[in-house]
Design a protein around this ligand. Structure first.
Ligand code: PGA
Ligand code: ZN
Length: 431
């Protein structure tokens, strides 16, 4: 093991998949090893998330990050110099104390998460192991079940449809590589259907087809046909997963479905999703209700949690305390894990472990604004999350993550199994 003392921390401005500025951090150790990470950025953010620091003003729509980069090169670099990069918990505690706010508003969640992940990479590099193996610490891990977007909607497609993500999962595949093979065929089949219907209009923020549909149900019908046309049994081999991202159109118990020009209350929203669960082979639903609809989450999970994974994203914001509360209240049965919602690697890990302790499904996830950074692929395997969500099956900020898991799967060979159906609630296997 080389010297793991932090010699320097450097921040710089780089660009994300939406062409917006973001923060990259390098952590250089005295022994010569180093680590690098880039902060991603969400569009449909939960109010309880760590917040990115943006400059405001006129440059780049106010989204520049020069102050966040300055924080990395200034205060953060000074506070971390001389610390041991292997002490992730201690370093994350320093970052939390240095910032001093609840949500990293002072230094910037973007500055902090890039630094925290770069420290992790540096420590792994010094150990001579790939990051996923450094994280697994000799424990047996699974290759995660991927959740892959076919149509993108909501905030990622100018609200062309209300639902944000229409995705597929291939739990009957026997490996991650095969799940990607199947998804590639479904994605192609969906594109062909869109073209035939004269509805091919490019792709949304995460690479899924831009959904030129007249209703949310038309998207679901098209997805089922795409699965069939690709040669798979809907539900049994390739199933549907939705991210409703309901905080984007619901507040104070009122849900405004713009596409269909109607308003629903919480019970109406639950009934609508229940009809979809009856009619379509859906195995997972994320944020079915808005982040302020605690009772709605409990009612939805009581009604449908036995036959469908119910994931909290905006509702839980990768926060261990919120996961524990949701488990007590039976508000959900799965948690989305996004490092930049928490701000630190340790906080992210704590939320995932709280989910596992509660018997929840755990899904490591990208953001809609991404880069070539593949840290989350290593977190998903090394922390044995069982599931992995990255967006669609085009655009290299997405494909970089899928491809990284392919490499890890090859390296693990017989050591690890593919999570498959075991990642989902048993009752989801009903088609
Ligand atoms: P976001 O979308 O990164 O824009 O928040 C991803 C999600 O809602 O899961
Ligand atoms: Zn979401």
């Amino acid at each position: 093991m080389t010297d793991t003392t932090i010699a320097a921390v450097r921040g710089r401005r780089v660009w994300d998949s939406r062409g917006r500025p973001t923060v990259e951090a390098d952590v250089i150790l005295k022994g010569g090893r180093s680590g690098r990470a880039i902060a991603p950025a969400g569009a449909s953010t939960g109010t309880g998330e760590a917040v990115d620091k943006r400059d405001g003003g006129t440059a780049f729509g106010g989204l520049d990050v020069t102050a966040a980069v300055a924080a990395v090169n200034g205060e953060i670099a000074a506070a971390l110099a001389g610390r041991d990069a292997r002490d992730q918990a201690g370093i994350d505690a320093v970052l939390i104390a240095l910032d001093g706010t609840e949500n990293f508003a002072r230094l910037g969640g973007n500055a902090v998460v890039a630094t925290s992940m770069a420290v992790l990479h540096a420590a792994a590099a010094a150990s001579g192991q790939p990051l996923w193996r450094y994280l697994s610490q000799g424990r047996k891990v699974r290759i995660p079940l991927p959740e892959i977007q076919i149509f993108g909607g909501g905030a990622h497609a100018a609200r062309r449809v209300d639902v944000q993500d229409f995705m597929v999962m291939c739990p009957a595949a026997t490996s991650f590589a095969q799940a990607l093979d199947w998804t590639a065929e479904v994605y192609r089949a969906a594109g062909t259907l869109m073209k035939q219907a004269g509805k091919l209009q490019g792709v949304a923020d995460e690479g899924g087809f831009w959904p030129a549909f007249a209703s949310n149900e038309e998207a679901l019908d098209t997805l089922v046909r795409a699965i069939e046309n690709a040669g798979f049994k809907p539900g049994a081999e390739v199933a549907i997963s939705l991210d409703i991202a309901a905080s984007e159109f619901g507040r104070d118990g009122v849900y405004k479905l713009a596409l269909e020009q109607r308003e629903l209350d919480s019970a109406g929203m639950i009934a609508l999703l229940g009809r979809w669960l009856d009619a379509y082979p859906i195995v997972s639903i994320e944020d079915p209700l808005a982040e302020d609809d605690r009772q709605g989450f409990q009612d939805f999970t009581a009604a449908y949690g036995s036959r469908c994974q119910v994931i909290g994203d905006d509702y839980l914001v990768t926060n261990a305390g919120r996961v524990e509360a949701a488990a007590r209240e039976k508000a959900l049965n799965a948690v989305l894990i996004k490092p930049n919602q928490s701000g630190t690697v340790s906080g992210t890990r704590a939320a995932l472990e709280a989910g596992k302790a509660a018997g929840f499904g755990t899904i490591v996830s990208a953001r809609s604004g991404e880069t070539e950074d593949v840290t989350i692929a290593h977190l998903a395997v090394g922390w044995d999350s069982g599931q992995f969500k990255v967006g669609s099956f085009t655009r290299s900020e997405r494909m970089a993550k899928w491809n990284e898991v392919l490499r890890i799967e090859e390296e693990l060979a017989d050591e690890a199994g593919f999570a498959g159906w075991a990642a989902l609630p048993a009752g989801a296997r009903r088609w």
